[in-house]
Design a protein around this ligand. Structure first.
Ligand code: 8YV
Length: 316
């Protein structure tokens, strides 16, 4: 460490504006480029004090065990479900995320998915491109947003920003989360199934991880019903994908818009031919402006910590 820079691991490729700034400030070890993981960690173990992380790759206890000098994991994401927080707490490893800077973009995109699936936007695009408008006539009618009820699972920052947008479309908001929130006027539903029964479009904006694993299962989908839509802007793990595929195949629900999947970037083949399903490559936060702000916040957390200051946005 002759240049005096702190050594950090970057787990996956990141946009150039983040990777370049990281490399200016730190000695960066690129985990995804390592041919031999054992050699990579043998070399890193006495040097690496920070991790710049993104994506679903597990930052579990075994990973942390290999880095005894690790002080901080800075995530390029608001969701930290890939990090074993119990292990980090035990090992006194700080974990940071990127809240707030992505809220508006993710809420915009979730609203876009609500519109896309209820108004058949992606389906209409495919219809025109395939020449079917001219040969088969008008596309089948869609569903209005106005007057419908939007059910939000996880009324946090993103859920609230989505609620404000949906209200502007004339929708009524209901929600489910761990607890009712005194400061909001929206009606609370105590279970995901009760929320699904009470709404026309169920949107997931909750954290991933063990606490929400398969929270949307066959019962919840049955409660959503044949005129109901599911929108997932949270994590693939929140939905039982096999149950969702069965529900879409059997007309148990009307349609779905999915930005996240259980095994990204792999999408179940059964979903691909479904006309009532909107599929997106996990891009709710993927604008230049938001990803730039996320990259800066991830790096600012590392800089603050290694300057001896408290991190800006710690999760633990
Ligand atoms: C990103 C996300 O797609 O913030 C999150 O939790 O899932 C997204 O904003 C991802 O972290 C970028 O790799």
């Amino acid at each position: 460490m002759s240049d005096g820079k702190v050594d950090v691991i970057q787990t996956v490729p990141m946009p150039a504006f983040a990777a370049e700034r990281l490399a200016e400030l730190f000695t960066v070890h690129h985990l995804w480029q390592a041919d031999d993981a054992d050699r990579f960690f043998a070399d890193a173990r006495d040097r690496v004090r920070g991790v710049a992380a993104s994506g679903p790759g597990p930052l579990d206890r075994a990973f942390m065990d290999k880095l005894p000098k690790l002080e901080i994991i800075a995530n390029f994401a608001v969701g930290v479900d890939a990090v074993d927080l119990d292990a980090a707490r035990e090992k006194k490893v700080i974990v940071t995320n990127t809240p707030d800077v992505l809220t508006d973009c993710v809420a915009d995109f979730a609203m876009g998915m609500v519109i896309a699936v209820m108004r058949r936007v992606a389906q209409g695009d495919r219809y025109v491109r395939a020449g079917r408008w001219a040969t088969k006539g008008d596309l089948m009618l869609a569903t209005s947003l106005k007057g419908k009820t939007l059910g939000i699972v996880g009324l946090g920052r993103i859920g609230k920003a989505l609620a404000r947008r949906a209200e502007a479309f004339g929708m009524t908001i209901v929600y489910h989360g761990r607890n009712p929130q005194a400061e909001v006027d929206y009606a609370y539903q105590a279970t995901p199934a009760a929320l699904a029964a009470a709404c026309d479009c169920l949107v997931l904006t909750c954290p991933g991880g063990a606490g929400t694993h398969h929270l949307v299962d066959a019962d919840v989908l049955r409660a959503l019903g044949p005129n109901g839509f599911l929108v997932n802007a949270a994590r693939g793990s929140v939905v039982d994908e096999a149950a969702l595929i069965a529900a879409l195949t059997d007309g148990v629900i009307a349609g779905a818009a999915l930005d996240v999947f259980a095994d990204e970037p792999h999408v179940p083949a059964a979903l691909l031919p479904m006309e009532n399903v909107v599929l997106q490559p996990h891009q709710a936060s993927a604008t230049y402006e938001t990803r730039k702000a996320m990259g800066d916040l991830m790096i600012d957390n590392l800089v603050a910590h290694f300057a001896g200051d408290p991190p800006l946005t710690p999760v633990i």
